[in-house]
Design a protein around this ligand. Structure first.
Ligand SMILES: CC(C)(COP(=O)(O)OP(=O)(O)OC[C@H]1O[C@@H](n2cnc3c(N)ncnc32)[C@H](O)[C@@H]1OP(=O)(O)O)[C@@H](O)C(=O)NCCC(=O)NCCS
Length: 169
């Protein structure tokens, strides 16, 4: 695997992000139904604005491979209850299947530990997303339930699985 460098997300580093999600369905699979297709600089700007609040409501990272953005993930932080939610995680299409996902998330979770104590680490994933589910389960995430028919995408409705890890930190 080529060397991976994890850095904070910036508008410049996320300039190519929109091209990772070529259809409305791909955008919702990554970012949820609250986003408008196509992803644009305004929507990215609103996500990044939450990384500069005090304390930050969101952490956002980019994984660079040979200086090219190859991975992206965000962590939404609930400081009251010590809950971090992994959100908006993707490997760039041209870099998928190369074993980047686990080392990238390992770095992202290490940055979370640097930010504070978040004993509960959770995420939502659509139940059809077999690659993501296999990855999360391999990392120890436990399925807690399914919110059936919870998202409307065109004429379809998708089920959302809720996963979490309870961590000793
Ligand atoms: C899910 C995603 C991040 C996986 O990235 P990737 O680069 O393919 O993953 P890696 O090559 O690093 O593989 C890591 C693990 O993912 C799982 N995985 C990846 N592709 C898979 C596939 N086609 N089928 C089943 N499991 C798969 C496996 O557990 C794999 O580990 P293994 O190779 O030891 O079996 C990628 O498919 C993606 O970006 N999807 C679009 C965005 C998305 O759905 N994000 C998740 C939102 S919840």
């Amino acid at each position: 695997m080529s060397s991976l460098r994890v850095v904070p997300a910036t508008a410049e580093r996320l300039a190519s992000l929109s091209s990772w999600f070529p259809t409305p369905e791909a955008l919702v699979q990554w970012g949820g139904s609250g986003l408008r297709f196509p992803l644009d600089a305004d929507q990215i700007g609103r996500m990044l604005a939450e990384t500069t609040t005090e304390p930050p409501l969101r952490l956002a990272f980019v994984g660079l491979v040979e200086d090219e953005p190859a991975a992206h993930a965000q962590l939404v932080l609930d400081w009251t209850d010590g809950i971090a939610r992994l959100a908006r995680f993707a490997i760039a299409p041209g870099h998928r299947g190369h074993g980047l996902a686990r080392p990238f998330l390992g770095e992202v979770f290490a940055r979370l530990d640097d930010a504070g104590a978040f004993p509960r680490l959770e995420l939502n994933v659509y139940t059809f997303n077999t690659p993501a589910i296999a990855l999360y389960e391999s990392l120890g995430f436990v399925r807690e339930g399914v919110r059936r028919s919870s998202v409307k995408v065109g004429n379809a409705r998708w089920d959302t699985a809720i996963y979490a890890i309870i961590r000793d930190r």
